[in-house]
Design a protein around this ligand. Sequence first.
Ligand code: GLN
Ligand code: ZN
Length: 768
Amino acid sequence: MKTNVLGYPRIGEKRELKKANEAFWAGEITQEELFAVAEKIRVHNWTLQKEAGIDLIPSNDFSFYDQVLDFSFSVNAIPERFAPVSGLTELEQYFAIARGYQKNGIDVTASEMTKWFDTNYHYIVPEFTKNQSFSLKTNKPLAEYLLAKKHGFETKPVLLGIITYLLLGKEKETGFHRLELAERLLPVYIQIIESLVAAGAKTIQIDEPYLVLDLPEKAAEAYQKVYGEIRAKFPNTEFILTTYFGALDNNTSLAVSLPFDVLHIDLVRATAQLDNVLKALPKEKKLSLGVVDGRNIWKNNYEHSLSVIQKAQEAIGNERLLIATSSSLLHTPCNLENENNEKVLTPEIKQWLAFAKQKVKELSHLKAIAIGHDLSAEVKAAFEENKKAAENRKTSPLIHDTKVKERVKGITDNDSKRNSEFATRQKVQEEALKLPLFPTTTIGSFPQTQEVRSWRANFKKGTLTEADYDKLLEKEIEESIRWQEQTGIDVLVHGEFERNDMVEYFGELLNGYTFSKFGWVQSYGSRCVKPPIIFGDVSRPEPMTVRWSKFAQSLTKLPVKGMLTGPVTILQWSFVRDDQPRWETCYQIALAIRDEVVDLEKAGIKVIQIDEPAIREGLPLRRNEWKNYFDWAIKAFRISASGVEDQTQIHTHMCYSEFNDMIEAIADMDADVITIECSRSQMELLDVFADFKYPNEIGPGVYDIHSPRVPSEEEIYHLMKKAIAVVPFRNLWVNPDCGLKTRHWEETKLALEAMVKTAQKLREEYKK
Ligand code: GLN
Ligand code: ZN
């Protein structure tokens, strides 16, 4: 029995790589200095895995930016449009592909990024052409393997699988399917493996997570073909086929039939697949059991994992088993030992957690206990401690709040329904709000200036009193309200100056939430996120936003929108407890938000926005699980929105995803108004809204807030005309495509002025 780590976080315990990358981009450090930081991180990671007793330690799991881009770069799959940067150093070329390059008369835009399966990690999308060629540009896997060797570590190189790599990419022209490129890519792939084998690599991990998805036609054939050829070339190398993030299900027979020596499966996300896989696995193959969660921060429950392992032991015996992380640990923070601020993370909660370093140790413990004879004192103690922590977590009063549980049990169908249907509400709201045609609004946040940030920081540090902090915020809100009035915006916002982040802000005010200090996880490139942790039943001890909304509303006769984050987005952007289903946690959050919505209404707020930008991200990887997800996710949103009277107008907002394939679910949310990102796709999105005849009001974003560029009135007019062509004009709003917090006031003012002028022009053209 061996222990097997699929990959380790590479950002560094204190985000050293992020800082070094950004310093390099700013020209503050040299390439050598950046390389030194990166080498130190890798050596640190390998050392701690070796010290923990890991048998299969990964190499080539490191990346300066992204492992998919690494692969494209290694095999020279670099889009034509990056030709202008080919004269730069390799590292600069690499970063130019990732981030774009505007210097020395060169202007190339960044590559497209998208989500890595259902994680919050984003990879650089490979771009393929019909005549795509591949060649070995840099042999990164070999360089990484040799670096480890130089430092005395024997490692298992990790390669992205050929089929998954191709499927992750996009065809940039018609007339071919990217899977057809497998044959052309294969020789380069073989070259890389050859070099690794020649350098001494005995075991190679090949990641094929696409095997847990619905595969396109011909994929199975392509799998057979490429891996058949690789096997034939390297009869003596041990190959591990890794799958993760879900169950193999209908791809089980394909996966077990591929000529690999070891199959890895994810038993955290898909525990139930074990029986099937054990039955299907040919006798000569080994099985790697992914029992330690690579996606979350909870301590492994040894007794539970051991019961899973035992089943496999009984079926195929120790010799054919590996104990592994469920996926790469890339999606977990580095090291719990750094969390030493007891005010942020209490010792009781801390004992329930494990970050990457702790998870690695868990693998060793599980192996030792599973094999069983002569347990060392250390392992015995660890097992006892693990049982105690699990027991404590199960019964802790910190976690369990019967009132909250009862309330969720008591949810009725009526709780997720408004009093009347939309058509009735629309009339009542028209009466109550008296908005003009093409009403204008913004998405919520206004520029978070250096100053605003410094107030928050000083208030947190204690160098600014609450009274002074509040005064500064009030002044900022008042200025923004006055400016919106003058500009002629119809539905105002207070500006969200008091918020650091749209999820963290609510997490800090809700029961059942805690935070880490260094719990960073890579999101893309040098960007990291620190998701708050939901450890217990969630409830709202007191109103969270009423104070600021009420204050803003008191300044003006125009409606000010209350501004909340929706339950699905709060869930999606947190580390979620694993001791109850996600839907249950989501319903708890939904009830807390519902209470806030009702309190806002009571405080005189007539329009309330509940943001759900992450609703699409929660979609399961397999189509046949979508319906179940929508059933609870959409319901959770509706629960949060349905506690109010007909005349209270509920908005929602969505962005950064393609919503084409979930338009019916969006309509099902039954928000009175949805504001949605549309400008980057030139309103293409609206075609589906038109085909489907989206019933409620809609504000398609009319300009891209990600760039400082100020849109012209003509542009906005043109986009609105496109919208008018497909949506009844009475149902249209005019707004930017997302919040404005990352912008400066200067361009924000100009852009919104142009937006309001355009709306005024449209009102003359179209009369009620
Ligand atoms: N109300 C939020 C804001 O304006 C919405 C942010 C988002 O959609 N990501 O900042
Ligand atoms: Zn947005």
